[in-house]
Design a protein around this ligand. Sequence first.
Ligand code: SF4
Length: 363
Amino acid sequence: MAIQDRVRFVTDRSSGKDPVSPWGPSGLEQAPLLSVRNLKTHFFTREGVVEAVNGVTFDLHPGQTLGLVGESGCGKTVTALSILRIVDKPGRIVEGEILLSQVRNGGWDVIDLTQLKPRGREMRAIRGGDIGLIFQEPMTALSPVHTIGNQMVETIRLHSTVSKAEARETAIDLLRSVGVPRADGVFDQYAQQLSGGLRQRALIAMTLGGNPEVLIADEPTTALDVTTQAQILDLLRDVQEERDMAVIMITHDLGVIAEMCDDVVVMYLGIVAEQGPVDDIFHAPKHPYTRALLRSIPSVDSEPRVKLPAIAGSIPHPYNRPTGCPFHPRCVESMPGVCDQGIPELQPVGERQAASCYLYGGT
Ligand code: SF4
């Protein structure tokens, strides 16, 4: 399908037209498993409104690994929490759709997660069932007062009708499958008795216990040393391939994106700056923010002792967002009188990319 045929999917923030991702998964043409459309999640505080996610649109297809990348505060974690409907007050989804395709009664059904009660039965079955989440720090997800085994058995039995003994067997098999040595011993241990790498493996095993179609991994390796990081990334890649899961990989690390992802969404201050296949974005980035991010990565070809270019300035205070393109105060290509007037729409640029930038036209 040519990009022009997908143009109907373009986000139109001003007119509120049906906004769906303008780019397809790398070479895949199936319907998306998860479709996030024009998602806006704002936090209403006494000091003002923080527009943490402000019109995010992307599609996730079966078997696809999609990276969400950006600096701290760009809205990538809030996007994940919104999908799982676990945004804490004073935050709430104010606009948009989160469409999840599910097989039901022999056919496909599409549910808008924004319409479900966050603590309702249906959403609880989806959270941890259809959609699994792996946190950066496993101790935030694992209970310190329950053994790994108890927590795994509970997750497995919550999402399937098996006996305790069968769930125990499945849990130990899952621990073995993610490379936990002495799995039956670890089953009876507490999270704080394990190393960081083992804890993350146990959390991955517990998440797999819900048999998710979609796995959201939020900075899954940030808290680990480099050797363990590489092992956990290998493990995630293996389980993704084995189970043909769709994965959303949230990270600030472009190296992880290059290694793990098919497609990438680059976020800045709650909006999608650019999206497209990883190869295209790394070889021909279109948005000035993406170009600046890529220039700031050290390369083996870099001149020794030459300073890496940094992005000028810093992310604006959340209560003090600039008008117009949110990147304009830091953008070396900013056009006064244009870029400071309105938020540029996400639009197709080239064959498979899309960018929110006035350099490519738009209003
Ligand atoms: Fe830079 Fe203007 Fe493009 Fe924003 S819209 S990224 S300020 S050129």
